[in-house]
Design a protein around this ligand. Structure first.
Ligand code: ZN
Length: 175
């Protein structure tokens, strides 16, 4: 389920050449390479923080709206209450749900972003830093290896602690 629209992998030009389906598998691969427990914990904490923050806002709603209106010399809260009060009240009450969920989704996006970034930074040519993603393995090599197209360096995957799946997302098995 993705509510925060954009396809997160499209923020990474290295993945441009791959279909969405391949990118999804690659991201799952990247997540597994990191600590999923830590990622899940961050999402749960974000939800709890969201809940506490919203409860705090609502508990102090009168004081906060009074303060903001006095500070900025506006009457927006009274106005909104007058015009669409039912909707506004519904937003405030349901905020106990949508605000923590929003926090969760943001935390999840940040975690996924971090996973992809780390994954991609771990597959760069050791000599020049060129991204090795999408390169074909050298045929007949004793150990899986690729040649960096940028500097010609021969990169043996096992020496970098990576496998073919790390540089070629299309080889990842479908779930
Ligand atoms: Zn290189």
């Amino acid at each position: 389920m993705r509510i925060l629209t954009r396809k997160i992998w499209r923020a990474f030009p290295e993945l441009d050449k791959y279909e969405d389906d391949v990118c999804r598998r690659y991201i799952r691969h990247a997540q597994r390479a990191r600590n999923i427990g830590v990622g899940s914990a961050q999402v749960v904490i974000a939800m709890l923080v969201g809940l506490v923050v919203w409860a705090g806002l609502m508990f102090n709603y009168d004081a906060i709206s009074f303060y903001l209106e006095a500070r900025y010399d506006i009457e927006i809260f009274d106005m909104v209450d007058g015009i669409v009060s039912d909707l506004f009240i519904a937003l405030r009450i349901t905020g106990y749900i949508w605000f923590p969920v929003l926090c969760m989704l943001i935390a999840r996006d940040r975690w996924l972003n971090r996973c992809i970034r780390k994954q991609l930074s771990g597959i760069k040519c050791g000599a020049c830093g060129y991204s090795l993603i999408g390169l074909a393995l050298i045929e007949d090599a004793p150990d899986p290896a690729v040649t960096c197209p940028e500097c010609g360096h021969r990169v043996v995957l096992s020496e970098m602690g990576i496998t073919q799946a790390d540089i070629d997302p299309t080889t990842l098995a479908k779930d």
